[in-house]
Structure formats: C-alpha cells, structure tokens
Ligand binder design. Structure first.
Ligand SMILES: [Zn+2]
Length: 110
C-alpha cells in the first residue's frame, strides 16, 4: 500500500464516520401535540417560541407557552388548575393533562 492510499483511506474513514455521527447525533424535532378528548388538534414545534390560546369546545381555554424548548400551560380557566401547576415539559413522552377540559399536551418526536 502506498502512502497516498493510506491517506485516501483515512480521509474516507473520517468522512464515513462523521456522516454516521451526524445521523445519530442529529437532534430529532420535538413537537408539542395537543389532543382534545383523544383527538389530535394542534401540533407546535418545540424549537419555536410561541404563546397560543387553545380554545376548548365549550368556551373555555388553555394558554400554551413554548419557550426555550419547553412547553408549559401558563393559564387556563379550568376548575382544578392542575395543568397550570404542572412543571414545563421538555422531553419526548412528557405530558401535561387538563382533565376538566379533556386536553392533553404531549411531546412527540416527528
Ligand atoms: Zn386545567
């Protein structure tokens, strides 16, 4: 094997390794999916800050805030306020449930 071949092999090896690493390390897009009564209603990417009012069927609301990669219910007019008191969620599988409004906010990967 010539010296040039070894360098070529090395360059190839590094190129393959970095593309494999890129695929594995690439962060998956996480979305906050809002379900009302088990039906998907809205989907918001977690990497874009936003504050949105989620209206429920019977003139009530929950206000969802997405900030710094976390989703949080900041305000709601439900009876028990459990959704408002739930800590912000940031990992896939995390959820915030509002039972009085039959709403669930679940983090899913695309
Ligand atoms: Zn609630």
């Amino acid at each position: 094997m010539k010296k040039g071949d070894i360098i070529l092999l090395f360059v190839l090896f590094v190129a393959i390794l970095s593309s494999v690493l890129f695929i594995f390390l690439k962060p998956k897009a996480v979305e906050c999916v809002v379900y009302e009564n088990g039906t998907e209603r809205y989907r918001y990417p977690l990497n874009e800050d936003l504050t949105v009012m989620i209206p429920t069927g019977d003139d009530h609301y929950n206000i969802l805030e997405i900030k710094d990669g976390k989703a949080n219910v900041v305000k709601a007019d439900c009876a028990n306020q459990i959704c408002v008191h739930t800590a912000p969620i940031s990992k896939v599988g995390d959820s915030i449930i509002c039972l009085p409004h039959k709403l669930s906010f679940i983090l899913e990967s695309e």
